[in-house]
Design a protein around this ligand. Structure first.
Ligand SMILES: *[C@@H]1O[C@H](CO)[C@@H](O)[C@H](O)[C@H]1NC(C)=O
Ligand SMILES: *[C@@H]1O[C@H](CO)[C@@H](O)[C@H](O)[C@H]1NC(C)=O
Ligand SMILES: *[C@@H]1O[C@H](CO)[C@@H](O)[C@H](O)[C@H]1NC(C)=O
Ligand SMILES: [Cu+2]
Length: 134
């Protein structure tokens, strides 16, 4: 008689343990999942936008994703340093993205700079600077 009750108690205990393991795994996964930032919102990464005003009121954290949507025949995304961001230099870049729907995971704190390297788009303001906090 007692044996059956003990087995039931043990059974309930292991269910609780399994549930709490699942729960903590889920919250870990939610924590590590960053926010998606659609650059330029529905207009995307385009020429006639002000990406400085797009960044206002947004917070960028490590693990977040920048999504650049654009016509790959007309634009690209070049990650550069602050000098190249300021003078639209294209000779020494960090990375170049050309797919048209590029997701870039932010992995470091601090400032990040992006320009469009096509024609004079950068000179015309197609550039983005973000400050990433932990
Ligand atoms: C873009 O927006 C920022 C912030 O609102 C503003 O300071 C800047 O003058 C704007 N740039 C242009 C080219 O309109
Ligand atoms: C950016 O890169 C260029 C070329 O490598 C370099 O001359 C310049 O000093 C760099 N700027 C900064 C702020 O590091
Ligand atoms: C991005 O574009 C590629 C090629 O056009 C396509 O295969 C892929 O599904 C797209 N990804 C997203 C998230 O839209
Ligand atoms: Cu462009």
């Amino acid at each position: 008689m007692y044996g059956k009750e003990i087995i039931m108690l043990l059974h309930q205990g292991s269910c609780l343990i399994i549930l709490s393991i699942i729960f903590s795994l889920c919250s870990l996964m939610l924590k590590s999942e960053g926010a998606n930032h659609i650059v330029g919102d529905s207009s995307g990464w385009e020429l006639l936008a002000n990406f400085t005003s797009w960044t206002q009121g947004r917070e960028f954290h490590v693990g977040d994703v920048l999504v650049f949507n654009y016509n790959r025949d007309q634009h690209n995304v070049m990650q550069v340093n602050s000098t190249a961001y300021a003078d639209c230099g294209r000779d020494n870049y960090i990375s170049l993205f050309t797919k048209g729907n590029d997701s870039i995971v932010i992995s470091e704190v601090g400032e990040h700079w992006f320009i469009c390297a096509v024609d004079d788009h950068c000179e015309n303001g197609q550039k983005l600077s973000i400050d990433v906090v932990p």
